[in-house]
Design a protein around this ligand. Sequence first.
Ligand SMILES: Cc1cc2nc3c(=O)[nH]c(=O)nc-3n(C[C@H](O)[C@H](O)[C@H](O)COP(=O)(O)O)c2cc1C
Length: 391
Amino acid sequence: MLRFSTAGESHGESLVALVSGLPAGVPVDQEFISRELWRRQKGYGRGGRMRIERDTAHILSGVRHGKTIGSPVAMTIANNDWKNWTDILPVEEGDPAKHKAVASPRPGHADLAGALKYNFPDARYVLERASARESTARVASGALAKLLLRELGVEVLSHVIRVGKAELSRPAKWEEIVALSQKDEVLLNCVDLEDEARMKAEVDAVLRTGDTVGGVFEVIVHGLPPGIGTHVNWDERLDGILAQAVMSLQAVKAVEIGRGVTAAESFGSTVHDAIGYEGSEEDFTKFSRDHNNAGGLEGGISNGQDVIVRGYLKPISTLRRPLASVSFETREPVKAAYERSDVCVVPAAGVAAEAMVALAVARQVLVKFGGDSLAETKRNYNGYLQQIRKY
Ligand SMILES: Cc1cc2nc3c(=O)[nH]c(=O)nc-3n(C[C@H](O)[C@H](O)[C@H](O)COP(=O)(O)O)c2cc1C
C-alpha cells in the first residue's frame, strides 16, 4: 500500500517526508524532484520567505543506483531560515527570553483552536506545524508518485483558473498546461496571457491595500485508464479520495470534480457526457464521449477521460493590516499577530495539489495493479489495457 507522511515545523531545522509502498525499480530523477519543489516556491504574490529558501530533497533511504528498492524512501528538505531561529525554537529548553510568542491569534489560522486544544500559552507551536511550509514535504513525496505514474504514461499537472475576480476566459488545452509547467518564470500559471495580466492586477491591488486574495486552481490527470477507484465501497471511490487529498491542503476550502458546481444549476441533458463507439487507436477503448463534464469520474471510477479536480482557496489569512483579535496574556482586544506572509498562493497551491492528486491516484493504481517491482506492475497494467481495448 502506497503511504506517505510528513514531519517538520515551518522554522525548524528540516522537513521530513517518508514514502513507503513504491514498487522497486522506479527510476528516481532527483532533478525532477528539485524542479517540483522550485515550482511550489514560485508565483506572483509570494512573500520574502520564498526568497530565502532554495528547496532540495536529500534522499536518505529507499533509493539506490538511481532506482527505488522497495523499502521506504526517507527525505529531508532543509529550512534555510533555521539559522535565524536556532535560539528561538531550540529542541532543548533554551533561553525563554529568546522565544518568540505569537501573542494574539490570527483569524483564519489554526492559532486559537490549536492553542486551546494543545493547552499552549500562545500560538507559536501551532503556527509552526499548521503553516503551509509543510506542503513542501508533500511535493517531494508527490514527485515520487509522479515518477511512478510517468512509467505508466500518466501525467499530473495544474494551472490557475481564477485569482480573486479575474477568471480564465476560455478552456485550456492539455498541451498549453504542459508548456506552462516547462516555463522558467512563473507569474500566475495561467495559460492565457491576457487573463494572467488581469489576475496579476488583482494581486497588485491587494499588495497596495495590505489585503490578500484567493482563487481557484485546476489539477488534471492525463492518461489515466478507465477503472481506477471503485463504486463498491464509499471509502474507495476515487472522487471522495481526491476530494479529501486536495481539501487537506492549507487554505483549500472547496473541491470540485469536473463541472461539479455549475452542473448543480443545469439540466441533465446538457451535463452528462453522451457515449459513442468511435475511439481511435490512441484511446484506451473504442468508447468515446462528446465532452468531459464529469471530470473523468463516474461512480467514483475513472472513465478514461482526463480527471479534472479544482481547488478553491480562501484568501491568505495573515494580513498586513491585521484584523481584530485578543491578547492571549491579557484577554484585551489587540490586532492579530503579523508574520511575514504571502498575499496570493494559487499557483503554488496548485503544485501542492498536483502532489496530493498524484499520491492518491498512484495509491489506487497500485491497489488495482499491485506489483512489488515496476516490471510486475507494468505487466499487470499492460494486460489490463489489452483487456479493455478488446471490449
Ligand atoms: C502554498 C501555500 C502557501 C501559504 N502561505 C501562507 C502565508 O504565507 N501566510 C498565511 O497566512 N497563510 C498561508 N497559507 C495558508 C495557511 O497555511 C492556511 O490558511 C492556514 O494554515 C489555516 O488553514 P486552513 O486555511 O486550511 O483552515 C498558504 C497556503 C498554501 C497552500
